[in-house]
Design a protein around this ligand. Structure first.
Ligand SMILES: NC(=O)c1ccc[n+]([C@@H]2O[C@H](COP(=O)([O-])OP(=O)(O)OC[C@H]3O[C@@H](n4cnc5c(N)ncnc54)[C@H](O)[C@@H]3O)[C@@H](O)[C@H]2O)c1
Length: 259
């Protein structure tokens, strides 16, 4: 269904790896609502994933950027502005990775080099994206930025490991940069705390199926799907939510208050 909620808007979507990615579904939903897109992911993810298929469907260029590189992120914004002939109206940050999780290293025994890398990719990257955008004046007035989070930022999920700390940091950056970008240019910044969702990143967490079925039972509405998350992001990118900023918004079928 399309209501052209994003007609005339231009956005950058980070993190579409394959068809299961929340970013993939969000790109499709934004495209269906009339937005023009630039897609981006880390160079290695571009080689391993299937982003070219999404690029074809949405008519969007793919610009590689490793979010831990200042140079890559700057190049991404410069090229996107050239492509659009001006600034962007929305950005989806849909990026997460923990080497400690991948390698099954217990939280109490985390390897700090891995911790640093995961924090840089999963949380500091939001700061880097926003700081670069501000420096280049790449986001239009009343633009909207959404980053994806998880309830482990507030509650204990031992197997979520250091990603819990990364999400707490990510949500804090959204609040603090939301203040700065709000007073500077009325740009709004929020995090969406999504239900557990079967994707490459999600399935990497130990006991993930347990998370999914427990949350499904506990949430009065059941788990929110990736498609529903995409629809929610569309509303946050649209002009219907202009005064929402610096929030962590639970998109979880009511799970937060049941746990
Ligand atoms: N799947 C879940 O259960 C769930 C729940 C809540 C929140 N989230 C969050 O949603 C977001 C998207 O994850 P997903 O579940 O769609 O999985 P996904 O694996 O499809 O997406 C993660 C993306 O991060 C990208 N990425 C990793 N390192 C990068 C780097 N250095 N530079 C640029 N991009 C990099 C990957 O290439 C990938 O596209 C993440 O922030 C994740 O934590 C997921």
């Amino acid at each position: 269904m399309s209501n052209n909620l994003l007609k005339g808007k231009k956005g950058i979507i980070f993190g579409a790896l394959d068809e299961n990615s929340i970013a993939w579904k969000t790109a499709l939903a934004c495209h269906a609502q009339g937005a023009e897109l630039v897609l981006t992911n880390a160079p290695i993810a571009l080689r391993m994933g299937t982003i070219n298929k999404l690029a074809e469907i949405t008519g969007a260029p793919v610009i590689p950027a490793d979010v831990t590189s200042n140079e890559d992120v700057e190049n991404l914004f410069t090229k996107s502005m050239e492509h659009f002939g001006g600034g962007v109206d929305f950005i989806l940050h849909s990026i997460g990775m923990s080497i400690n999780v991948r390698k099954g290293i217990h939280y109490t025994e985390n390897n700090y080099e891995f911790t640093h890398k995961g924090l840089d990719i999963s949380a500091l990257s939001l700061h880097r994206v926003l700081a670069t955008a501000m420096k280049l004046d790449a986001i239009n007035e009343w633009g909207s930025v959404v980053a994806l989070s998880y309830i482990a930022a507030q509650r204990i999920f031992p197997d979520y490991n250091d990603m819990a700390d990364n999400k707490a940091y990510l949500e804090s950056i959204a609040r603090n940069f939301g203040y700065q970008y709000g007073i500077k240019k009325n740009v709004r910044i929020n995090t969406v705390s999504q239900s557990p969702t079967r994707t490459t990143a999600g399935s990497g967490v130990k006991g993930f199926d347990g998370f999914v079925s427990y949350a499904e039972k506990m949430s009065p509405l059941g788990n929110a799907t990736a498609e529903q998350c995409a629809d929610y992001c569309v509303t946050l990118f649209s002009d219907l939510t202009k005064m929402v900023t610096m929030q962590n918004l639970f998109h979880d079928g009511g799970y937060f208050h049941r746990r």
